[in-house]
Design a binder for this molecule. Structure first.
Ligand code: HEC
Length: 274
């Protein structure tokens, strides 16, 4: 990883401010174009790198009642194997007896290896505005970053993995809530927009691949890394559904569905997002 040059911080601040005002000021230009420009200016420097480093430190730090690190956590490719692991998640874990995404697996390891209470480890998965990234955000950034370039290969061998895919797919098309929206209402046509933001067509291979491979992502407008579960929860909110439970079968099912749709796409996370 390359260190960010000091030069770029004022630029980042300016861009963040512009980002907040973009909807008002730059009425003719879509968010898409603006963010393409941001990405161009950042080049290979994604501010998520700082958070990836924090995640790596956390991974190695002895924490919790057992004062152990997470270095022996099995993310699916064997204890301690981080490289390429994210590209194959969610997957079935025999020790836990269920399909897990990265975030629920991390909670599992925090409980098993570090001795944290489960409710405590999962209590605040996402940081609030202006707060330091949560442990799960930093760890997700680090672990996803170590799959860069690895083709997405979310497994569908175990019956539970196929069931997770089916659940996610069903939920994707299920219309619910006060507006009778499904995920597909917003995400099944190409070139659609909402308030100037492009809506990816997640039923088409190209957009689905791009979406899955770039999460977790650094949200410029929020100044932090957000995880795939956060993305699911925030879209459920836009759908006016009750809060999506962290680590729930529905969240993991949706991520499995999107991951299988993105089969073969090289991972490129943490991405740089609006
Ligand atoms: C009311 C419209 C709406 C609904 C319903 C909706 N979304 Fe979204 N979704 C959005 C918008 C808008 C964005 C882009 C947000 C942004 O840039 O901040 C987005 C972004 C996403 C992304 C990230 C795409 C990328 O390339 O970064 C994923 C993945 C996603 N949605 C999945 C879902 C899923 C799964 C559901 C159903 C649980 C869902 N969405 C329901 C509006 C919606």
């Amino acid at each position: 990883m390359k260190k960010m040059s000091g030069m770029r911080w004022p630029a980042l601040l300016a861009l963040t401010i512009m980002g907040c005002a973009s909807g008002v000021v730059v009425a003719q230009q879509s968010d898409d174009d603006i963010f393409a420009e941001y990405r161009e200016m950042f080049g290979d420097d994604n501010p998520a790198e700082l958070i990836e480093w924090q995640g790596e430190d956390l991974w190695k730090e002895a924490r919790g009642p057992k004062q152990a690190s997470l270095e022996q956590c099995d993310l699916g490719l064997g204890p301690g194997v981080v490289d390429g692991a994210y590209a194959q998640l969610p997957r079935f874990f025999a020790d836990a007896g269920r399909v897990m995404d990265l975030e629920s697996r991390l909670v599992y390891c925090m409980v098993e290896l570090q001795g944290f209470d489960k409710a405590e480890a999962a209590a605040k998965p996402y940081s609030g505005r202006g707060e330091e990234p949560s442990a799960l955000e930093a760890l997700s950034a680090f672990i996803a970053g170590r799959s860069k370039g690895t083709p997405v290969a979310v497994p569908q061998d175990h019956p539970a993995e196929r069931a997770a895919f089916e659940l996610g797919k069903q939920f994707f098309y299920l219309r619910a809530g006060p507006h009778d929206f499904s995920c597909a209402t917003c995400h099944s046509q190409s070139g659609k927009r909402i308030r100037l933001q492009a809506l990816p067509n997640l039923t088409a291979s190209e957009d689905a691949r791009k979406a899955f491979s770039t999460w977790p992502g650094y949200r410029i407008s929020q100044g932090t890394v957000r995880t795939m579960e956060w993305r699911m929860g925030d879209c459920a909110r836009q759908q006016r559904l009750p809060e999506m439970k962290f680590g729930s079968d529905v969240a993991i099912g949706l991520i499995t569905y999107l991951g299988v749709m993105a089969e073969g796409e090289p991972m490129d996370a943490p991405g740089l997002k609006r």
